[in-house]
Design a protein. Structure first.
Length: 254
């Protein structure tokens, strides 16, 4: 065989081998969100405020993105990065007088409410199974940098505004499973969970979906996601919120 051809093959073999064992998966989906819950700040006399009844929160939509890298290095975990937007703003008429962060918002006044629970994830995980059934297990660091803010926007009103921070990094358990279904080649069911529950505080974030993979590379997914946050701070500060709804997305597996 020609020496130049042998040399070319020698160069190609390592790249071909690494292509089989190094994988990149990226995805994005559009999530229709429905909100419920309540909040209470940490000032004496603050009321429990219902997000729907008191602040007029309604449905919203957002986009979610993620990318994951899997490699063949033993004992070194794979890595996945993700971003979810939960950034809400509603304006409505107050149906009852309530107090938040020491400020009083009177019945009949107009208020704008802003809640930001957007977050980014960094996950380290191991691939436990990789066959008809695949299973990933790991840990996630979820970073929040938001707030809950209420502003009086009544024409000629006080214009008072009060907010409480919703920030910090939470460690979460992570699990991701997928099962190839026998009914149709390329059809699969999948589920994903991030969660923790410690001392009355919890965050449980789950999604389940059906997907169809085309040519073993592109997957189209339809499912539901539920994000349930329950925080209890010092001095009676509370924040409880559930965000759930259907999503449609696309996943590319290289």
């Amino acid at each position: 065989m020609n020496k130049k051809l042998l040399g070319a093959l020698a160069l190609l073999i390592p790249f071909s081998a690494s292509a089989d064992i190094i994988g990149v998966t990226a995805g994005a989906y559009h999530w229709k969100q429905d909100f419920s819950g309540d909040l209470r700040a940490d000032q004496a006399g603050d009321d429990e405020i219902d997000l729907e009844d008191d602040l007029n929160f309604d449905d919203d939509k957002t986009n979610v993105f993620f990318v994951a890298l899997e490699h063949p290095i033993p004992l070194l975990p794979n890595i996945r990065l993700g971003s979810t937007g939960i950034d809400l703003s509603e304006t409505g008429t107050v149906s009852r007088t309530f107090q938040y962060e020491g400020n009083t918002y009177n019945q009949g006044s107009q208020v704008r409410s802003d809640i930001d629970l957007s977050h980014v994830d960094a996950t380290l995980y191991y691939e436990i199974l990789d066959n008809i059934v695949s299973l990933d297990i790991g840990l996630t660091a979820r970073k929040f940098d938001g707030e809950a803010k209420i502003t009086d926007v009544t024409p000629g009103g006080t214009g008072q505004s009060a907010s409480s921070d919703i920030d910090g990094t939470l460690p979460l358990l992570y699990a991701n499973a997928r099962v190839d279904l026998p009914f149709l080649p390329g059809l699969y069911a999948a589920g994903e969970m991030h969660g923790i529950s410690v001392s009355g505080n919890s965050l449980i974030d789950t999604k389940v979906n059906i997907g169809y993979e085309i040519l073993g590379i592109v997957g189209l997914e339809l499912g539901v996601r539920s994000f349930d946050l329950d925080l209890e701070g010092d001095d009676d500060e509370e924040f409880n919120m559930t965000v759930d709804g259907a999503f449609f997305g696309i996943v590319i597996d290289l």
